[in-house]
Design a protein around this ligand. Structure first.
Ligand code: UD1
Length: 420
């Protein structure tokens, strides 16, 4: 099994170009099923989850070409024998596989999609997805671990207020409603920029979707969608991760290829912590930031602080002079990196969904275990500032969502290597 070896204490400097967003790419690939025409996607991060989503579509009958150097994907879903089934083997490794449910139902009136099951950071049910699709007229049954959904006469537009905010459910229902008869009004939607990237993509294909309020969307259903070429937005979480890396051990580290107006909350919090940054429209320069201050934060749906950056900012909090606090409001079991960080010398206590971080602590290299995608990268960050060497096991979690992480960090003088 592959491991990462990180030799700590090397000052990062140089430039890091952020890749396209994994969380924007996955629903967009799922939404491509709506059309029989050719779909071209640019700035696609070629990470494990994206490749798994491509394999799922190939299994169903899509023709997909991945250009690994240019980071482009070309999709053709014109296949008379398209299978409207998403098997367990795909959905178990990548929960976002469940997003094909909306597209399959909208295009074929019928779908069989595996339930994703639990994952390390929590139970992650799909009840809100099914609630929305039922409102659009789908008949849904759960049997043998599969969701069987049917809308023989097609989906019908209606008013839906989501009982709570879910990124995936909002995406699934937007995709399904794009081809529904009549108008759909959605309330209490998630409004992550990745969902806006999805609605831009669908509108370019000929859908009629407007954001009528911060959490409200109006969708006028249409009959067919056309050929499209679309550029994926930058990865907000990757950008945030590298900005935190710069705050921890950077000296003139430039993070580019981003839109800083979509990182307002993160920038505000990092500024409050004493991180020295020059913020431009499409890049951030992180300067040497020796005095880090403690803060109290909570994770929330966008525009709040993202749960996907919680583990990374915790490492920065361990460098702050005083006691910081994190309240995790999105997932119930997302502090699994804490024992590993403590093994490296951090002083973190958890109680329910609260974490208290005492700093400043000097971290020491150790052999640690990655438990999920974002937890893995927090261990890389810890390794970058620790004395001696850190070995991170189970790096396959990292490969699900970070494109060329080691290469990008090495270019900025980090000593990070993969051991096979
Ligand atoms: C997406 C992101 C993930 C991020 C998360 C929250 C992708 C591919 N993944 O995941 O990186 O951490 O948003 O920003 O974009 N829930 C239910 N029932 C449902 C759906 C969700 O109870 O039907 C709960 C979840 O268990 C969780 C919360 O709602 O506690 C938010 O989940 P959701 O926003 O749906 O996250 P994902 O779309 O799975």
């Amino acid at each position: 099994m592959q491991k990462l070896k990180v030799k700590g204490k090397n000052i990062l400097s140089g430039e890091i170009k952020v890749s396209g967003s994994k969380n924007a790419t996955l629903p967009i690939i799922a939404a491509s099923i709506l059309s029989e025409k050719k779909i071209d996607l640019k700035r696609v991060p070629i990470v494990k989850d994206v490749v798994t989503m491509c394999h799922l579509l190939k299994y169903m009958g899509s023709k997909i070409k991945i250009n690994y150097t240019k980071k482009n994907i070309s999709i053709n879903n014109k296949n008379k024998k398209f299978k409207n089934v998403a098997p367990y083997s795909f959905v178990k490794t990548m929960r976002a596989g469940v997003i094909v449910l909306g597209s399959l139902l909208a295009r074929f009136g019928k779908a069989k999609v595996s339930l994703p099951g639990g994952c390390a950071i929590g139970t992650r049910p799909v009840d809100i997805h099914l609630f929305g699709l039922k409102k659009l007229g789908a008949k849904i049954k759960i049997k043998n671990g599969y969701i069987f959904a049917e809308a023989k006469q097609g989906l019908i537009g209606t008013q839906i207020k989501f009982p709570s905010i879910s990124v995936g459910a909002t995406e699934n229902v937007i995709i399904a409603a794009s081809l529904a008869k009549g108008i759909t009004y959605l309330k209490n939607c998630a409004c992550e920029p990745e969902i806006k990237n999805l609605t831009d993509f669908l509108n370019k294909m000929g859908a009629n979707i407007t954001w009528s309020g911060k959490r409200e969307i109006k969708i006028i259903g249409c009959k067919k969608l056309k050929q499209v070429s679309h550029q994926i937005m930058f990865d907000r979480i990757e950008a945030g991760t590298f900005i935190i890396a710069g705050a921890l051990i950077g000296k003139k580290l430039k993070i580019l290829g981003i839109q800083t107006n979509l990182l307002n909350t993160e920038i505000k919090i990092l500024r409050k912590m004493g991180v020295k940054m020059q913020i431009k429209k499409d890049h951030v320069n992180i300067l040497h930031s020796p005095k880090i201050k403690p803060v109290k934060i909570k994770t929330e749906p966008y525009p709040g602080f993202p749960t996907d950056l919680q583990a990374q900012i915790m490492v920065l909090m361990s460098k702050a002079k005083g006691k910081s606090q994190i309240k995790e409001n999105i997932f119930e079991n997302r502090f699994m990196h804490v024992p590993e960080l403590n093994r490296m010398g951090a002083k973190i206590y958890t109680s329910g969904n609260l974490s208290y971080i005492e700093g400043p602590q000097n971290l020491n290299g150790a052999e640690v275990m990655a438990t999920d995608l974002r937890a893995s990268v927090s261990l890389v960050l810890a390794g970058l500032i620790a004395n001696n060497q850190t070995i991170i096991n189970r790096v396959y979690h990292l490969d699900r969502g970070y494109e060329d992480l080691e290469k990008k960090l090495r270019k900025c003088k980090a000593k990070i290597f993969r051991i096979f």
